[in-house]
Design a protein around this ligand. Sequence first.
Ligand code: DX5
Ligand code: ZN
Length: 239
Amino acid sequence: MRGKRVNDASRDALGQGNALNAPKLAPSILSADFARLGDAVAAAEAGGADWVHVDVMDGHFVPNLTFGPKMVADLHRATRLPLDVHLMIERPEDWVARYVEAGAAYVTVHVEAARDAAAALAAIRKGGAKAGITLNPDTDVARILPLLDRADLVLMMSVQPGFGGQSFIASALDKVRALRAALDRIGSAAELEVDGGIKPENANAVARAGASVLVAGSAVYLDPAGVSAAIAKFRKAIA
Ligand code: DX5
Ligand code: ZN
């Protein structure tokens, strides 16, 4: 079953903020210990994360390799949080159904990688998951405007995809504002997610630019204070 909002409810019960317009938090397990991913998603859940962001890389679209569909299926059994699967792979249309079947709540494809992005989005929705479209920091926003009404999520990359722990590219903020305006113009309720270099220090600026979901990898999983403490820093920053 997808999309259970257990952590929204638990935060309300604890009186821990969660203002209506506060963005969701999606820790990226890319920066977690791959030998202990079950623990990593459990820690995100215990810390009150909203989603778990899963970075799928193929060694072609980006110069790194990570997870296949079996990993997503196994993680789906290990957590009640929605899995937000970010496909950094060539020909994503050949793979989206496998990730939907594996239990992804959201499957997101790169406009630069898809031969037919509209078909990929349609296939994701047909499988019963939410469809996401994403673009690299250097890609013109105009390339995804024709796809916005077919998407449940739009992901703006704020680093070059491939690795965690990079610095936020400030020019992405203007693109987030442009995407927020474009979504509002067509009356879309799609999520606007931002991914790369997000820390408690810049989270509020990203939220104010119009993001509804913040991805954070190294700032959550490499915080020496631990995952729950890191998530609490983000909640405070965006309250
Ligand atoms: C980069 C990935 C990101 C990554 C973010 O290609 O898409 O999701 O995990 O990591 P940080 O938050 O460390 O920049
Ligand atoms: Zn990502």
